[in-house]
Design a protein. Structure first.
Length: 301
């Protein structure tokens, strides 16, 4: 089966290679000409323009969009629509906001095309282990794309599925990432406590390896953590600055809208935001207040 792919970064390139190895042909476009050249050199088909991509796809077109969420997705869809035929399928496999996906579904289907939103997890490791895909949209286009999903997934019958109507794929991925925030924060706090217990001289890489087997806290995330600690046990040279893709904060907003208490995910998001504050004003305020009411010492630069 052919698939058009827009966005040939690390994840998109790995997806294209996994599909090629499974016997599917990818026709890929990227604004980075070198990425298109690499795709063609690997055995897939490179397209220098979107028009060329559309022309090289035979029959009913299916085009997977892997670009940053927001306006880039809308711009890409707007450029593709004049090149499409009725029934062609647009797939948003990025980290889009689910309400945007619902809007795009309505806009695209009103013009006679199909739209499927795919929350995709697996990152740079998906080439080897496969991708987890949470899919939203109408049943017919999802079934049409089944060979693609089966090839990208860890196994044909594992790690993917249609979870509901348009927007539901990105909604489920949003909550997935919110849970990920909480898990990462718990691991980070636990290892920090271990690191601070200096009198026990604990070996963090060793402990991470022990926990990987038989422990109730074992996970793929812990596997990655153990690997990272084995390479840099003291985290030397790293800055305490943590980004977020937006999905954690969307999860918090959704929890508030639904009147759901989600303190772990919310605090995990707050800690990420806190990590970006230089010369933190909040902590300095706390320090000066403690000094005022209790005479506690204040550290100065």
């Amino acid at each position: 089966m052919q698939l058009g792919l827009i966005g040939l970064g690390k994840m998109g390139g790995n997806m294209a290679e996994r599909l090629r190895l499974a016997g599917h042909q990818v026709v890929g476009f990227d604004f980075n000409a070198e990425a298109v050249t690499r795709l063609a050199a690997s055995g897939n088909v490179g397209a220098p323009t979107l028009d060329d991509l559309a022309q090289k796809l035979q029959g009913r077109r299916a085009i997977w969009i892997m670009v940053p969420q927001g306006d880039p997705v809308d711009q890409t869809i707007a450029k593709l629509e004049p090149l499409l035929n009725p029934g062609d399928i647009l797939i948003d496999g990025g980290n889009s906001y689910y309400k945007d996906s619902i809007r795009r579904y309505k806009e695209v289907t009103a013009k006679g095309f199909q739209f499927v939103d795919v929350g995709t997890s697996g990152g740079i490791w998906g080439l080897k282990g496969g991708y987890s895909m949470m899919i939203g949209g109408d049943t017919e286009p999802v079934e049409f794309l089944r060979p693609i999903f089966e090839a990208l997934a860890p196994a044909p019958d594992k790690g993917w599925g249609r979870v509901g109507p348009a927007g539901s794929g990105h909604f489920v991925k949003m909550i997935h990432n919110g849970i990920e925030y909480g898990m990462m924060q718990a691991y980070a706090e636990g290892f920090t406590i271990l690191e601070k217990k200096e009198e026990l001289d604990l070996n963090l890489p060793q402990i991470a390896q022990i926990w990987r087997y038989g422990s109730v806290v074992r996970s793929w995330l812990l596997d990655l953590t153990a690997d990272a600690l084995s390479k840099n046990p003291t985290l030397e040279g790293l800055d305490a600055w943590v980004a977020d893709s937006g999905e954690g904060r969307w999860t918090v907003f959704e929890a508030i809208d639904l009147n759901i208490s989600a303190p772990v995910i919310t605090e995990s998001l707050m800690r990420r935001i806190r990590s970006r504050e230089e010369n933190n004003f909040t902590d300095r305020m706390l320090s000066i207040m403690r000094n005022e009411f209790g005479g506690h010492a204040v550290k100065k630069d």
